[in-house]
Write a protein that binds this ligand. Structure first.
Ligand SMILES: Nc1ncnc2c1ncn2[C@@H]1O[C@H](COP(=O)(O)OP(=O)(O)OP(=O)(O)O)[C@@H](O)[C@H]1O
Ligand SMILES: [Mg+2]
Length: 357
């Protein structure tokens, strides 16, 4: 999947931009505050309905404007063309158009536009809480298992009801009808996640070996409760604690991926640059697996490509991105940082105070 064009209206400091894009590498070069990350956010928003730095539309819509509008033509590997449009108002209302028709949901955009994002904020994937690694896992589950989102929404609704019931319950018996519905759903979700991760862990480990040959990464999936015990037993076992806290303490909503080297969590061991490479390894492995399974490639957004990386590591990452044979957007404050990566089919955009040339 590639974007052939993008139109951006009233998005942060970009008043209006209409760009014809390269299906290969697109470099966005400009000074601090020129609008580079904003352009990446606009692309990300087309595939997610929200920006990655702020969820609130008020922060993203250009000051003094009532709404932002994004429009793009996308092409898949069969050369089929779709037009997608998204507008967002100050009260967070989305209007989505696909091929001129309205009434689509954000999930429809997300299916059409699989995006992998690498940003300075993205270190959360390694050093933030489990929710970031669950989001990573669930991105894959969403794209590879069509039923996943519905199952997950059903489970969230049941957990909400269970947690409300915990406040009133006098004995575990009262929760049983809920737990009978919850347990198989939770097991199913956990199985989908385990299946997906089992496929990408070897790829992540191999990519880490390519990027950081001095380390041997170990990846483990934690399903959110003890392995070896089924979830209905677990729910019963944790009842007293759940009752005390009015909250279902263990379950798929607590799942995580444990990333360790020599039994030390990677965020406690690695340097910033090494963590950045590790983050890229995770994103690239996920994107490459997606491409293999769907014969469609992901779009990669790499904000501030050069930061934290020495020359060799920049080269390594650039070569790997070229091999991914995907559309890539890379920002840099200085053209020198990216000159060695530019091929004849790539495009460079210069941006100054929101104006792109
Ligand atoms: N809602 C908004 N309306 C208008 N301008 C905004 C809005 N939100 C942010 N800006 C401005 O947009 C500018 C561009 O920010 P952006 O983060 O895209 O810059 P950048 O080129 O990525 O800079 P850096 O190199 O420092 O990362 C900022 O100077 C900011 O003041
Ligand atoms: Mg920036």
């Amino acid at each position: 999947m590639t974007l052939s064009t993008i139109n951006v209206h009233h998005f942060r400091n970009i008043d209006y931009a209409k760009l014809a894009l390269s299906p290969h590498f697109n470099f966005i070069v400009g000074d601090n505050g020129s609008g580079k990350t904003s352009l990446l956010e606009a692309i990300y928003m087309l595939g997610h309905g929200r920006a990655f730095r702020h969820a609130q539309s008020n922060r993203i819509i250009q000051h003094e404007q009532p709404e932002l509008v994004l429009f793009s033509e996308i092409k898949n590997t069969n050369q089929q063309v779709h037009s997608i449009g998204l507008s967002k108002s100050r009260n967070n209302e989305n209007k989505i158009k696909i091929d001129g028709d309205e009434g689509f949901r954000l999930a429809d955009l997300a299916k059409l536009l699989p995006i992998q994002l690498v940003t300075p904020e993205g270190f959360d994937l390694l050093s933030g809480g489990p929710k970031y690694r669950r989001a990573f896992t669930d991105w894959g589950c969403f794209h590879h298992h069509p039923e996943f989102v519905q199952l997950w929404n059903n489970l969230k609704r049941l957990f909400k009801q269970r947690n409300a019931l915990l406040k009133q319950a006098h004995s575990y018996k009262q929760l049983l009808p809920w737990d009978k519905e919850i347990a198989p759903l939770a097991e199913k979700i956990s199985q989908i996640r385990a299946d997906y991760l089992q496929h990408i862990f070897p790829q992540i480990i191999q990519t880490c070996r390519d990027f950081l040959p001095e380390y041997q990464l170990n990846c483990q999936y934690y399903q959110g409760w003890d392995h070896g015990i089924n979830y209905s037993e677990q729910l019963q076992k944790q009842y007293d604690r759940d009752k005390l806290l009015n909250y279902t303490t263990l379950g798929p909503h607590k799942a995580d991926i444990k990333l360790r080297i020599d039994n030390i969590p990677v965020e406690d061991l690695l340097s910033r640059g090494q963590l950045k490479l590790m983050m890229c390894a995770l994103r690239l492995s996920q994107g490459e697996y997606y491409s293999k399974q769907n014969s469609q490639s992901c779009i990669y957004l790499i904000d501030d490509f050069a930061s934290e990386l020495d020359h060799n590591k920049r080269d390594l990452l650039a070569k790997r991105l070229k091999l991914a044979n995907s559309q890539v957007f890379i920002t840099a404050v200085n053209q020198d940082q990216i000159t060695h990566m530019i091929d004849e089919n790539d495009k460079i955009f210069h941006i100054k105070s929101g104006i792109i040339s």
